[in-house]
Design a protein around this ligand. Structure first.
Ligand SMILES: [Zn+2]
Length: 244
């Protein structure tokens, strides 16, 4: 299946201060402070300074990794294994149709402590041109598919495919209890640039508070996977990596 851009809008600079001092090792699990922050973020949908008021940065010094367009039977298990290896938790923006096809992978994502995000039913990049009822049905259908896999799953984020936000999309996401989630670092990995290019973009544009956009689904993610082998230990040394 060929899906197009999550990151078709430009990411730009972060607007957050310079990189944090190097840390000696990746945290084996979220620190008490990080857990406190996660608890503080649970609850009402948040606003941010991204398009249409979506969240573009974490709001703390911590950096968040996000993975879009899965779950993929080929790549999601491999990326989950890498995240386990480096003790990193991330946020997975899931397509409803894929959740329906691969419920076991949704269960594995949740079981391994990652955060869920709704990424529409079928990666509709033109939701901003559709009716309120249609937008809402795409969102609720996706949440229902996720919850068929994991009853009572917490789905606190929504990410619009293509980053094509509108006020109406944001309103509907919020009314369903989901924070609209954008990003601030985009290596355009869905376009399959060489791993070294993904690595360079992420290293050179990540700052404190960055939300990094990557993909575990939507096609051949071998370049993303190769880049993550370098980026996970690098980012883990340099930043607190949090799930949202
Ligand atoms: Zn996407």
């Amino acid at each position: 299946m060929l899906l197009s851009a999550c990151g078709s809008t430009s990411a730009g600079a972060n607007g957050v201060a310079s990189p944090s001092p190097r840390r000696t090792s990746a945290s084996p699990s979220p620190s008490p402070t990080a857990l406190g922050r996660i608890a503080a973020f649970a609850g009402r949908p948040r606003s941010g300074d991204g398009p249409s008021g979506s969240l573009r940065v974490t709001g703390t010094r911590a950096v968040a990794l996000t993975f879009d367009d899965g779950p993929s039977p080929t790549w999601t298990p491999r990326i989950l294994a890498l995240l386990r290896k480096y003790h990193v938790h991330a946020t997975f923006c899931i397509i409803g149709r894929e959740a329906k096809a691969y419920p076991k992978l949704v269960r594995q994502i949740v079981k391994e402590g990652h955060t869920l995000c709704n990424h529409s039913w079928d990666h509709d990049e033109f939701l901003n041109q559709r009716s309120t009822a249609y937008i809402r049905s795409e969102m609720t259908r996706t949440n229902a598919a996720i919850r068929r896999a994991v009853p009572h799953a917490s789905i606190r984020y929504y990410r619009q495919p293509g980053g094509n936000w509108s006020a109406r999309i944001v309103r509907q996401a919020r009314s369903l209890g989901m924070t609209p989630l954008h990003w601030s670092v985009d290596p355009s990995d869905w376009q399959r640039p060489p791993a070294r290019s993904i690595i360079h973009t992420v290293k050179s544009t990540t700052r404190r508070g960055s939300i990094i956009l990557d993909h575990d689904g939507g096609g051949d993610r071998s370049h993303t996977y190769a880049a993550l082998k370098v980026l996970l230990p690098y980012l883990g040394r340099k930043y607190d990596l949090i799930r949202l």
